[in-house]
Write a protein that binds this ligand. Structure first.
Ligand code: GL9
Length: 838
């Protein structure tokens, strides 16, 4: 074995030189990188050069653990979690890596000694926005926790060249710009062209009899694409483990197109190359719903096929027989986006490795588990048969075969129930025929989970009811969690310092330890510190808002925040109705005193979701009127923060007083922002939806502002017939708010601008804003009163932060490990591997 540092003293020294973490070593490495990596003299270096020089020295120090981990896992042939996800919303790496490696303070000091603004350096990083929102961010939190818990794991996904679009606001409307996150290079990834895999598309299938006389099928594709993996190390917190996020980039197979098929047709060949590379060009920016887009299905199959073939490569490297696939790997399907994996695994096992169908099916079922992330019926992925069959002809055959056998089982269990058969079939035959990906995922998985208690219950009662009745033992709940490393330690250094001073180190690994702060909740000295911590974060955010938009906000006002994707079910427009109500009352009663509030919104709307875009326009329009109106005497500000992303969110949570979690009950599967707010001491105003229910149980009902219909009441009301207009006619405040918007008051007299939004509320209101309006406004009044009792508010804030231990993603991942993955930690001791001196 070739050891980097062996008895050779010079090599040992060189290694230490590249991995040393003293302030002096860091300064030296930084200057060397500027010179040798960036190729710049100090006189010409830009901020970005400084960032890259820093990133590279951090990377060097990570590689030590990464290589050690790889070696350890290979030698021990550990059982490994493969987390398959079309999205990983990692956020900026630099600060997080410094925290997890435990060198944040040294590096900060080193940079400051060099006369550089450390915060400014961190801010240079363009975050990899390879996800839409909660689902992709959850995957990122789970990678952090798996590494921190020393669980061998691989994240598999797509290396989109353009991530989620960058949002701008122009005249109050959302505009989209492409996210060119790779423009300046990505120091956190390593390309592994030696592990590139080929992926087939289109064509047809043929049957043949092999040498042994067995009937076999082969797939003759019409297109082949090469997938190259790009690996990013994922450090655990205060451990030697560094796992891998492996993202696939599509490229043309040169030999295939250039030499054989396109002789003499240079432009044709280049076109083929371009079309192959288009595969991983861009992340689809839809939230929850996705139309049947051909390229999207190609992306899904592409990364799934690459990932599964990669697993077989690993098996082979460790001389593990393919029959033991499911013992080596536990595959988690993050929603149905990678659900094609079961058909692809069947194809590989049956067609390529020539396993018997039943054995292959056993392996597949034992390898896969499926997480559902939404109840919105329009979000259940389905692909038109014609599209599916033209792209994946062999997989369609395999799905038909799985379906035939599956329906046989259903028929046996539920005789003479043809309606049930139709509902459960993997093929929707009610009109145009479709492949139903959720049904495929349910049939092929050993475990199916929802992401919060309520969500998991509703799954069993609604969208997956039939599957629950057939396979009750497959269902379980895995309430979401978020990593305290990014969402507390990195985002909120002030809070982190305070907590560590009081309860010592260790709580960022075992968040339940923050319970110890409870006893300080009524301690006025601690409350004062807490207040100063929160105020400082608010002043910082206020400073940014002033700098960016020229709007002055009062940091002593209550920061009332709703940040998340813009969607009707999340009801940002309910929040807006409340603001309009306050606005109108202030206008009508010039003497009126209210609790001064700064309403902060942030979030992207899917580019094709017109109603969501109109909701943004409504918020910005109300803001435009309110922020400049002297009649309001600075009691009300409305800010829309453009381009809400991980980077920006880290500045928002610590500065928030009130967390808006106001979705229609039964619609938000879990939510994870709700957790980040509460961990940072914001109080929640919320409905009994998603994880809000469990957060309220954890922090105590007396420390949570609850309002609104329950999921059962919503369902009952819908069932019995809901007429939103009655609420409008019956409630003068509601009527006043809606009428004011309809009058064109916020749209320069244009009464038609918001008509589509108002009409939808008055005549359909599928998310029951009008039914919840009064309860919401009343609850907000309770919030204002509570805020005026600052001592009580601080107590509640401290109690919230100290009771959120359950919502650490470490707890979630531990539950997945025990209940679903059946995998245990495999600690890495890097000294055993790389530092073999003498
Ligand atoms: C989501 C749910 O809507 C959230 O409630 C949930 O917290 C997350 C993670 O489980 O998953 N499902 C989903 O499609 N999105 C979610 O946020 N949407 C996006 O990621 C944009």
């Amino acid at each position: 074995r070739l050891a980097i540092a062996d008895s050779n003293e010079a090599a040992q020294q060189n290694l230490e030189h590249r991995t040393g973490t003293s302030i002096e070593a860091i300064k030296q490495a930084f200057l060397e990188n500027l010179f040798f990596v960036q190729g710049k003299p100090v006189a010409l270096a830009t901020k970005h050069d400084y960032y890259m020089a820093l990133a590279h020295l951090v990377r060097d120090r990570m590689l030590y653990r990464w290589n050690g981990t790889a070696e350890s896992y290979t030698q021990d042939r550990c059982r490994t979690v493969c987390y398959l996800s079309a999205e990983f919303l990692m956020g900026p790496h630099l600060g997080n890596n410094l925290i997890n490696m435990g060198i944040y303070d040294q590096v900060k000091a080193a940079m400051e000694e060099l006369g550089l603004d450390f915060e400014d350096l961190l801010a240079q990083e363009v975050e990899p926005g390879l996800g839409n929102g909660g689902l992709g961010r959850l995957a990122a939190c789970y990678l952090d926790s798996m590494a921190s818990l020393e669980v061998p794991s691989l994240g598999y996904g797509i290396r989109y060249e353009f991530g989620i679009f960058e949002q701008g606001i122009s005249q109050g409307w959302q505009i989209e710009r492409t996210d060119k996150w790779l423009r300046h290079g990505n120091p956190w990834e390593v390309a592994r062209p030696e592990w590139a895999t080929e992926v087939m598309f289109g064509g047809h299938t043929e049957s043949y009899t092999d040498a042994a006389g067995d009937y076999r099928v082969r797939w003759v594709p019409s297109q082949e694409v090469l997938g190259t993996p790009y690996d990013t190390p994922i450090l655990g917190y205060q451990v030697d483990t560094a796992n891998t996020l492996r993202l696939w980039k599509a490229e043309a197979i040169e030999s295939f197109d250039f030499e054989v098929f396109n002789q003499g047709d240079y432009y044709g060949a280049v076109e083929e190359k371009v079309s192959s590379e288009n595969l991983t060009k861009v992340l689809y920016p839809n939230d929850e719903t996705l139309a049947g887009k051909r390229l999207r299905l190609k992306q899904q199959f592409f990364f799934v096929s690459c990932s599964l073939q990669d697993m077989f490569r690993i098996l082979k490297g460790q001389t593990i027989p393919v029959e033991e696939f499911h013992e080596k790997f536990s595959i988690q399907l993050n929603d149905t986006h990678p659900a094609i994996a079961s058909a692809e695994l069947m194809r590989l096992l049956v067609d390529e490795y020539h396993l018997d169908w039943n054995i292959a099916w056993e392996i597949t079922q034992q390898a896969m588990a499926y997480t559902n992330h939404t109840l919105l019926p329009e979000a259940l992925e389905k692909w038109p048969i014609s599209l599916f069959g033209s792209l994946l002809p062999r997989h369609l055959e395999i799905i038909y075969e799985i379906n035939t056998r599956f329906l046989e089982l259903v028929r046996m269990r539920f005789p003479k129930d043809s309606a049930r058969l139709e509902r459960m079939s993997l093929i929707d035959e009610s009109g145009e025929r479709y492949v139903r990906m959720a049904n495929l995922a349910c049939v092929s998985s050993h475990t199916i989970n929802g992401v919060a208690k309520l969500h998991s219950e509703l799954l069993k009662q609604t969208v997956l009811k039939d599957f629950y009745e057939l396979f009750p033992e497959k269902f379980c709940n895995m309430t979401n969690g978020v990593t305290p490393r990014r969402w507390i330690a990195l985002s909120n250094p002030r809070l982190t310092k305070m907590v560590t001073e009081k309860i010592g180190e260790g709580w960022l690994k075992e968040l339940e330890k923050t319970k110890q702060l409870e006893s300080l909740a009524t301690d006025s000295g601690f409350q004062d510190e807490w207040h100063e911590m929160k105020s400082a974060a608010k002043r910082e955010l206020a400073g940014r808002i002033h700098q960016q938009f020229g709007v002055l906000v009062d940091p002593t006002s209550m920061f009332d925040v709703q940040v998340k994707r813009i969607h009707e079910y999340k009801r940002q427009h309910l929040n807006a109705l409340h603001i309009v109500t306050l606005y109108s009352q202030l206008k009508q009663n010039p003497q009126m005193e209210i609790l001064p509030r700064t309403f902060i919104f942030g979030g992207k709307a899917a580019p094709g979701y017109h109603m969501a875009k109109l909701m943004i326009k409504l918020i910005t329009s109300v803001g435009e009127m309110a922020n400049k109106d002297p009649d309001l005497r600075n009691q009300l500000r409305v800010i829309f923060l453009p381009n809400y992303n991980v980077t920006n969110s880290q500045r928002v949570y610590p500065a928030s007083d009130l967390s808006e979690q106001i979705s229609t009950a039964g619609k938000e599967a879990s939510g994870t922002g709700n957790m980040k707010f509460a961990m940072n001491g914001a109080l929640t105003i919320g409905t009994l939806d998603g994880a809000n229910v469990e957060i309220r149980d954890a922090v105590g009902a007396e420390n949570f502002f609850l309002f609104g219909l329950t999921a059962d009441e919503v369902a009952k009301m819908k069932f019995e017939g809901y007429t939103p207009r009655d609420y409008y006619l019956g409630n003068p405040y509601l009527k006043d708010a809606i009428d004011l918007i309809a009058s064109g008051h916020f749209s320069h007299g244009d009464g038609s601008l918001f008509q589509p939004l108002l009409d939808k509320l008055l005549y359909q209101d599928p998310f029951m804003l009008l039914a919840d309006y009064q309860a919401y406004v009343d609850c907000q009044r309770t919030v204002s009163k509570a805020y005026q009792d600052q001592r009580r508010w601080l107590e509640m804030s401290i109690l919230n932060a100290s009771r959120m231990g359950y919502f650490s993603s470490d707890r979630s991942v531990q539950e997945y490990c025990q209940r679903i993955w059946k995998v245990s930690p495999a600690p890495v001791d890097i000294d055993r591997y790389i530092k073999v001196s003498g």
